[in-house]
Design a protein around this ligand. Sequence first.
Ligand code: GLU
Length: 487
Amino acid sequence: MDHKPDQKVVTRFAPSPTGFLHIGGVRTALFAYLYARKHNGTFILRIEDTDKSREVAGSIAHIQESLKWLGISWDFGPDNPGKFNSCLQSDRLDIYKKYAEKLIEKGLAYPDPYTEEETEAFRQDAINSKKPFLYRNHRPTTEGKWDGTKPLRFKVPKIKRYEWYDQVRGTLSAGEEMLDDFILIKTDGYPTYNFAHIVDDLEMGVTHVMRGQEFISSQPKFLSLYDALEIPYPIFATLPPIMGTDGKKKLSKRDGAKDLLEYRDEGYLPETMRNFLALIGWNPGGDRELFSTEELIANFSLEKIQKSGGAFNEEKLRWMNKEYLRLQNSDFLKNYLSDSLPDKLKSLPQYNDDKLNKLITVVFERVHNKSEIKESAEAGEFDFAFVKPEFETNLMKYKNDQSVKDALVRLQMASELLAEADFSSAESIKKSLWGYAEEVGKGELLWPLRTALSGKERSPDPFVIAYVIGREETLSRIKTACDKIAP
Ligand code: GLU
């Protein structure tokens, strides 16, 4: 059982606004979201903005925009804090102060009396005597009143080995060397992460804490604070790290640790990203890879989260996007395509809806994202649809032919067949020419025909081109080609 049956699930995603939302963070948000939705629980977006020196302007808006694009909706967040008044930690300083005072009253917090130089001297002593430096070895004998001019430190009540249960990793433990008197409230009045997240998780009724493995080493500190405040532990689930495509190295900028919205701009669909990210480090079992979001929610469980790192497989991401693109309606695909085409094509008089409608049937057979469409367009691979080709006559000479003139009769015959052909699809056009192609040789017919229609060494096949440009334009291009060969 993941949680007590009578307990309403509350999860949260708690990013610090220190820049863009990278893939690892998004995956954490997604898991917390899926789990909350699966249990008809509550999902909170809380902004942990207590380190003002690291804050990057605009990142709170950016985080929200990213999650909204992905389709991760929160029940409480910066824009709809509801009963919490604010989901920004910087607005909640009074609450942390209240808890800090509780600890002071219990004799479990004290103002750190030392200057930087004094602390540095303690540190040097520790280094010289080859012992770890711990604040708790230097607790002041008399504690002054805390007036905010000194950092408020937690006085770890019990120095002991801690053991705890992690829903993903099982029973974990850490020795007392991991426990120290950490800062609760800094001299700028803001709490530390260590303190604030525990207070907020309590205040917000968070039942399940899902986060990355970088927090495991701090867990004994967290537990000692839960104990000091006499509050129950939430359920902990440490999510596996996201590794590069090879599954070995941690994800780097190059292979995916980039801003989620860069994937949007490259033409990845939100449903692709949800499906893809959900399967990094979690698997419902079986070989199936494509899951609608409803299915992800229905199947999600903490038991199926793996301990070891999950690979960010770029190839799989591309494949998945192609699959999701194929499920889109033609209006969507038309917009997607025209978004990706350069203005120099879009401003041509031949650029119209009919062309786009026909192009989408061929383009989405092979492309995976917008970047690929852009690249193909840059390479001139879509020019055939909008511009009459200009090229050297010799381009139409097939390798077995003596001269380009040999192609003339074949092109004329193709023209006659195409005048009668069914132009409703590339396939039906192919049918009308295939018998003749087999008779005279496939390359012998298809090479000159394709180059006559496209004017390019490389292009889609002639049936596709004919289909996209239509009968009239096809016949006109063949005629121009024949006139070039035999003026
Ligand atoms: N603010 C922390 C971070 O940015 C959140 C960690 C947590 O989920 O407790 O990673």
